[in-house]
Design a protein around this ligand. Sequence first.
Ligand SMILES: Cc1ncc(COP(=O)(O)O)c(C=O)c1O
Length: 388
Amino acid sequence: MKETTKILHSIPVDALTGAISTPIYQTSTYVQEAPGVHKGYDYARSNNPTRKVLEDLIATLEGGSNGYAFGSGLAAIDAVVKLLEYGDEIVAVDDIYGGAFRLFTHIYQKFGISVKYVDTTDVANVAEAISAKTKLIWLESPTNPTLKISDIQVIGKLAKAHNVLLCVDNTFASPAAQKPIALGADIVIHSATKYLAGHSDLIAGLVVTRTEALGEKIKFIQNASGAILAPFDSWLTIRGIETLSLRVKQHSENAQKIAEFLLTQDIVNQVYYPGLSQHKNHEIAKQQQKYFGGVVTFDLKIDDKELATKLVSSTKYFKLAESLGGVKSLICLPCEMTHKSIPREIRYQSGVTDSLIRLSVGLEDVEDLIADLQEVFQAVSEKVSITI
Ligand SMILES: Cc1ncc(COP(=O)(O)O)c(C=O)c1O
């Protein structure tokens, strides 16, 4: 059986009614025949049949053992960090999602967990950063927003050799394009808010573990901390996953064309897209990803926040908003939006300049998206007298 067939048919038909669409079990509790005698469900924070279908589905999709659904991507990240103890250390990718940086720095640092940020595109940096205290390596690949690619397989081997867990935030690639567990990761997390749900209509997070034992620990944390995903949002995420591979394929085709268009524009300084042969890590991306994804990032020759602000506020189809991975295209200015919580000098070290613009390329006709950008480039260039 091929992958898409396997995924679609791993979603069970409802045993009670034959419903082909997973029922939404909107309940907080379950009636018991006698104390402790029930059908496997006692309280909806601990277990919910709709959420369970999603959890099993994401475990299948990622090729892991267990899956767990949380109220947001950050709640999923939070659950993984809770595997650690006072005094432990994380080695994390430097170009990390701003919310993860905020959580690590402003919440977990005060509980005695420290983080070393390194450029994980060079495995030597990771090897050098690992100490006796390191318990977790945290990768995003591609990263948000400069789309750096790290060699998951090589870092997985390194993690194993040092008895350190490797967690990969697979939000940007999605499991339609990349399977970190097959490459050696112990844990995969998702902001399911993005490609998995795919329609910009909910906030959700997922964790998948390689092993049952690790899964049991995440399950304990999920129940103990309580940041679970609601039944309706679980249902919407299942529904999103049903079309994931089709969407990611089209997002990627559109993004490739837009990245190639951006390369031809005089106003543009650098284009970041792993599907471009010029991308620093293109070869590794080709090895570990089936598609290159729907996010394209670029910055301007004139690195000016005001100019970039004008640009992102002027597009017609690219709507100015945080988030990504939905069917409609979005545009954002990370320095003022998603990455505002990261200090400027740290931002610049990882390439997040004041004029860096992130596009989440949607499923519109790509000709319209290119025309939208072209029109805005023309208008903005006239203002700063760049000829295009
Ligand atoms: C790569 C990445 N990981 C995690 C998150 C956090 O997810 P959520 O917004 O669902 O909490 C985001 C959000 O933008 C993200 O881009």
